[in-house]
Design a protein around this ligand. Structure first.
Ligand code: RFL
Ligand code: PHB
Length: 393
């Protein structure tokens, strides 16, 4: 016999989407239980995003979890684009009056977990076999196993915040879903190292050998990526080879300022664009990577999780506080309208900056002309800046 519990919102996944949703609900007096299939240590150490849009920072402030972010996060007023070893700065602050903040996703997650465990409500770590039931009816349930015991959680709503490979989306019949997706024939090889960054701002570099990105986590920790074949193996990329290739692609100006060091983490990620609609099925709401994936080039994934959660929390608050379900009905449309714009920007920037076309082809010349145009046109730079700092939500 399963152990019975009840809550208002059952949340699957303790990533940024699930944790931030739980926090915003709690601040409005709405109870939730978070079910997470990994351990706390694993979730807190997972290396992912690093760039927070202006609106994400505001939402984290609203959630009361931005104190360390403001202390340790690096506010950037610009970003650099590189072509043929030359560099060009896009003045984000000057063009949009907004900035981005460099602060690791692992830090955001740690801050949210600390707030949750300080009295907001439970997170069930290492909850296995999470299954969703009856979400098309009035009384949805979640079943799972934790600590060797079967549990059943009755709730009013289920929030599927369990990432791209979670249980929520896969519990929906394919016939109910509209899937839009695109694969790219390349991936990103990432390295994290305790060395000072080579530049004060991020550098996105287009090079005939492939794209490279110089990013950071702090003044003493760097994060770099290079475009690679999506099927390449990490064993084929010892640290020395990776550093050499990175320097070559960043160009002769930047290379001497790259400090190398042992990798704290190294990974290969395939690039993928994916949207699954609708984002609502009865009393189940999908948010974050459970509903959509962007290639990392635009730094949008975590920020889309935040905007989804903004719309969803507002809708749930309106339902509970004012018995008004209009916003719940509008959730999928509102959230996905913003998702599509971020999908477009991420897709565009990916195809603009990566080695995609054969050497000497017409298409390659078109790509170069487009970058050249961007670097010389204030209008083009404004479009870039507006999207990069994040469209309003
Ligand atoms: P997450 O973070 O994947 O969290 C989902 C959580 O659900 C748990 N889970 C389950 N729990 C219970 N039962 C199940 N069956 C479950 N299945 C899964 C998982 O363990 C996990 O804890 O999704 P969420 O919350 O939607 O957040 C999305 C972001 O994590 C993601 O979009 C970003 O990391 C993407 N991303 C970037 N986004 C940015 O905004 N800016 C960036 O600079 C950026 N860089 C990146 C990135 C992602 C990367 N990788 C590795 C994919 C760089 C990289 C390399
Ligand atoms: C990162 O620092 O991990 C990062 C920064 C910018 C991106 C993607 C990832 O576009």
């Amino acid at each position: 016999m399963a152990r019975q519990q009840r809550t208002q919102v059952g949340i699957i996944g303790a990533g940024p989407a699930g944790l931030l949703l739980a926090r915003l609900l709690k601040l409005n007096g709405i109870e939730s239980v978070i079910l997470e299939d990994r351990s706390r240590a694993y979730v807190e150490a997972r290396i992912r995003a690093g760039v927070l849009e202006h609106g994400t920072v505001k939402l984290l402030e609203e959630a009361g979890v931005a104190e360390r972010l403001h202390r340790e996060g690096l506010v950037h007023e610009g970003v650099e684009l590189g072509l043929d070893g030359g560099r060009f700065r896009i003045d984000l602050a000057g063009l949009t009056d907004k900035t981005i903040t460099v602060y690791g996703q692992s830090e955001v997650v740690q801050d949210l977990i600390a707030a949750r465990l300080a009295g907001d409500g439970p997170i069930v770590w290492e909850a296995s076999d999470v299954a969703l039931h009856d979400f098309e009816m009035d009384r949805p349930r979640l079943t799972y196993r934790a600590g060797g015991v079967d549990h059943e959680l009755a709730c009013d709503f289920i929030a599927g915040c369990d990432g791209f490979r979670g249980a929520s989306r896969s519990s929906l019949p394919a016939s109910r879903l509209r899937i839009y997706e695109q694969d790219y024939p390349f991936g990103w090889l990432g390295i994290l190292a305790d060395v000072p960054p080579c530049s004060e701002e991020l550098i996105y570099a287009s090079h005939p050998r492939g794209f490279a990105l110089a990013s950071m986590r702090s003044h003493t920790r760097s994060r770099y990526y290079i475009q690679c074949d999506r099927h390449e193996k990490l064993e084929d990329w010892p640290d020395d080879r990776l550093w050499d290739e990175l320097k070559r692609r960043l160009g002769p100006d930047v290379a001497p300022r790259v400090t190398t060091g042992p990798a704290l983490e190294k990974s290969i990620t395939g690039l993928h664009s994916f949207v699954c609609l609708p984002m609502r099925h009865g009393r189940l709401f999908l948010a974050g990577d459970a509903a959509h994936i962007v290639p990392p080039t635009g730094a949008k994934g975590l920020n889309l999780a935040a905007s989804d959660v903004h719309y969803l929390s507002r809708a749930l608050v309106s339902h509970y506080a004012r018995n008004d379900s209009t916003l719940l009905g509008a959730y999928s449309e509102q959230a996905s309208a913003r998702v599509w714009k971020a999908e477009r920007f991420s897709w565009w920037l990916t195809l603009l900056m990566h080695k995609v076309h054969p050497d000497g082809s017409f298409a390659e010349q078109m790509q170069r002309a487009e970058i050249d145009y961007l670097l010389s046109s204030p209008a083009g730079q404004t479009v870039f800046a507006e999207n990069y700092v994040g469209l309003p939500f």
